[in-house]
Design a binder for this molecule. Structure first.
Ligand SMILES: [Zn+2]
Length: 383
């Protein structure tokens, strides 16, 4: 990757692409795409890939837009993807605002900008009629955010067996994610008989059981292991009927995360024992646990030499075009799935902006051409 030079034809397309990037980004960014409901963006992307000349592009059962190049009978496939879903539940067009220097829109950076740059790279590849020596899979994938639970990348890894490497494009170009943060997410519901707050005083209250369980979860000491980070959080809690009712039901969501499989397992055990304690203390309470998210970490089993080289390469490429330092970090991305299957994967950033996962998100317009060069270089040096 380090000795590779972008072909001059591609470079000249990129150097004159600013208006094209901005107009495609403005079109795509306003299309709503909450996780599990990405169909409108998927349709838009499919039509674009077909326009670019990829007649075999298709949308799969989980709303991935898949654009295979030379993948038939390929013994080695490299996957390049960026996700279509955003964290905002909106189902009507999202508000977009151009202040001259920045484009503002919820989800504009994460991951719409990266997706647009991936799509335009695909367009220029088709325009220049470049043919890879291996299989190349370009994917606008679904389900990366929160409760999407990585459904898109899971499907890709099921459908394509000969994948040797995965590059995902997500985030800013000052960071490369090469270590996976795994997580388990739960919804815990508690039901009790309840009753009238005065006449049935003394009956078990769901909210008090929930509070006791949350309190015990927050007494947990996260495992300490060198270079590893482990966290936990109760994100939402609700329940009860009225101020004069002994609450009959309560529900809360809880997650723990770690970039280390062993630490994730320790957290699982401590969650299960807290649960067991509360069940033993209150056998009359009905406690139900639903697993609503399961992201493996598992970067430990990947060939560390290959991963190290991929990381160094993409850091080199990012710094070459951006002129700013880029560092390796851990995160929860689509890479979690290939990495858990021992397939090396890194997540490459391709813009500069701020406010990811807030409605105030924005991207710096002048960063996008740099991002397009990074994206094209990472892809074409793997051709
Ligand atoms: Zn993202």
């Amino acid at each position: 990757m380090k000795n590779f030079q972008l072909p001059s034809q591609i470079l000249s397309f990129i150097n004159t692409s600013e208006n094209e990037i901005l107009s495609l980004l403005k079109e795509l960014a306003v299309i709503p795409a909450p996780s599990k409901n990405e169909n409108k963006r998927a349709e838009f992307c499919l039509e674009k890939f077909k326009d670019f000349g990829y007649k075999n592009a298709y949308v799969d059962s989980v709303m991935n837009v898949v654009c295979p190049i030379n993948c038939e009978n390929a013994e080695d496939i490299v996957v390049f993807c960026a996700h279509t879903d955003i964290v905002f539940p909106d189902t009507t067009p999202l508000p977009l605002f151009d202040d001259g220097k920045h484009l503002h829109c919820p989800g504009i950076g994460d991951d719409t900008a990266c997706l647009v740059l991936l799509m335009l790279t695909a367009k220029y590849i088709a325009k220049c009629k470049l043919t890879p020596s291996r299989g190349i899979l370009i994917v606008a994938n679904s389900g990366e955010e929160g409760l999407g639970n990585l459904v898109g990348i899971k499907q890709i890894m099921r459908d394509y067996k000969n994948v040797s490497k995965v590059f995902t494009f997500d985030g800013q170009y000052n960071a490369v994610v090469n270590r996976c943060v795994g997580s388990h997410r739960y919804e815990i519901s508690i039901k009790t008989e309840g009753g009238h707050s005065f006449s049935n005083f003394g009956k078990l209250n769901s909210l008090s059981v929930m509070s006791e369980l949350i309190y015990s979860l927050y007494k947990c000491n996260v495992p300490k292991k060198e270079n590893c980070k482990t966290t936990y959080n109760v994100g939402t809690a609700e329940g009860g009927t009225s101020v004069n009712t002994i609450a009959q039901s309560a529900t809360f969501t809880y997650e723990y995360r770690s970039d280390d499989t062993e630490c994730l397992l320790i957290m699982k055990n401590s969650f299960e024992s807290a649960l067991q304690n509360i069940k033993t203390t209150y056998p009359e309470a009905e406690i139900e646990v639903k697993l609503i998210g399961d992201r493996p970490c598992g970067s430990e089993n990947v060939d560390s030499e290959v991963l190290k080289k991929m990381t160094e390469d993409v850091i080199f490429v990012s710094e070459k075009y951006s002129g700013i330092p880029c560092s390796a970090t851990s995160g929860s991305t689509d890479c979690n799935i290939p990495m858990s299957m021992e397939i090396p994967a890194v997540c490459v950033g391709s813009f500069i902006g701020s406010g990811a996962h807030t409605r105030e998100e924005k991207v710096l317009k002048s960063s996008l051409i740099i991002g397009l060069k990074i994206t094209a270089h990472v892809i074409l040096s793997n051709f």
